[in-house]
Ligand binder design. Structure first.
Ligand code: FAD
Length: 317
């Protein structure tokens, strides 16, 4: 079922959902299930599965390093199919511009359609670790709005090559990313919101936000988006702080602010077990306030570990 239908059916009740990262190739998928199992009692109507950019690895061949390009965490669509089958919930693959040609994206969408996947999250992807700026693949999309258009075209039976006739169109519900503290490359929040509007105008059905730690940033963002004419649901993304290093890492990677109250609480922790507790407590307060304001879904970034998400959900849902 589509995310937008889940929201409609909930009639104002806030839903619980979360995001998973595929395991590194070679690792057992049971690890992933072990992290999903404890969260099923909170009845997520959908679970997101991320897609990783490809990266360079270096293989030692008799002292000479061989540079190879590979994807260390493949399997997004397969994992979505297995989650759907095992848990009977909707699983949402993240589809990226980066690292894919339009042709490869079309194949991936065809797989999703055959597997009965009803939702996809359309994203540009970040620059590769070695790159300063995002570089689109040759024959790939440059921005997420172009990817949204390709998905919408396919929903209308329009494939990349006109020779194809479709008698069984897909009908994907399309999610896109939004940034309450603006995307790191955007010149201003208003400019970024105009780009977000381009994605919605291209056919996006809902928005999931980047993590934020100050709810006011989310409320302001929603107000500005509404004023800009964006009417689709805006789902807040929540990440509990889990290690001390997050104080530097999260602002550096995502260009977001962490409120001083949380910074001081984390700085006062003796070890990361204590930081995890502080992160849970903060996310519970954040979630409760968002819920009170009637957000459609609380979407948690689990980073593959569910113990803290379970503690939060147990106090919020
Ligand atoms: P876009 O919407 O294309 O925007 C990228 C930048 O370009 C923005 O600064 C925007 O303002 C600007 N822009 C947009 N259109 C134009 C235009 N026409 N001209 C000029 N500028 C323009 N990354 C992954 O690799 N895998 C994942 O699974 C993944 N999941 C995510 C899930 C969520 C909920 C979020 C919030 C992010 C996720 N990301 C993921 C990260 C995301 O890929 C990066 O933040 C990426 O840098 C931007 O993606 P986007 O889809 O927002 O890009």
């Amino acid at each position: 079922m589509k995310v937008t239908e889940h929201i409609k059916q909930a009639k104002g009740k806030t839903l619980f959902s979360f995001e998973l990262i595929p395991p590194q190739k070679g690792r057992n998928i049971k690890e992933l299930y072990n992290n999903i199992d404890p969260l099923m009692e909170f009845k997520p109507p959908f679970i997101d599965v991320t897609t990783s950019r490809e990266e360079f690895i270096y293989i030692d061949r008799d002292g000479l390093l061989d540079k190879k390009l590979t994807r260390m965490r493949p399997g997004t669509v397969g994992i979505c199919a297995s989650i759907k089958h095992k848990y009977n919930v909707d699983a949402i693959p993240h589809v990226l511009c980066g690292g894919f040609t339009k042709e490869e994206t079309e194949y991936l969408l065809v797989d999703c359609h055959y597997l009965g996947i009803d939702n996809v999250m359309a994203l540009r992807g970040d620059a590769m670790k070695e790159e300063k700026y995002f570089t689109p693949s040759e024959g790939g999309h440059k921005y997420a709005n172009e990817l949204v258009k390709q998905i919408v075209d396919m929903n209308q039976g329009k494939f990349l090559h006109e020779v194809i006739e479709s008698d069984n169109n897909s009908n994907f519900c399309i999610g896109v990313a939004g940034y309450p503290e603006k995307h790191l490359e955007a010149p201003s929040l208003d400019a970024d919101i105009r780009r977000l509007k381009d994605k919605v105008d291209a056919g996006a059905d809902y928005i999931v936000t980047q993590m934020f730690f100050d709810n006011q940033r989310y409320f302001d963002f929603v107000d500005r988006a509404r004023k800009a004419g964006i009417e689709v649901p805006i789902i807040p993304g929540i990440k509990p702080v889990a290690v001390k290093r997050h104080l530097q890492l999260l602002p550096q990677v995502f260009r977001l602010d962490i409120p001083d109250e949380l910074v001081k609480a984390v700085e006062g922790c003796k070890n990361n077990a204590q930081v995890r507790e502080v992160g849970v407590e903060f996310a519970v307060q954040q979630s409760k306030e968002l819920m009170k304001r009637g957000v459609p879904v609380l979407h948690y970034y689990s980073m593959g570990k569910s113990d803290n998400i379970k503690k939060i959900a147990a106090q919020v849902f």
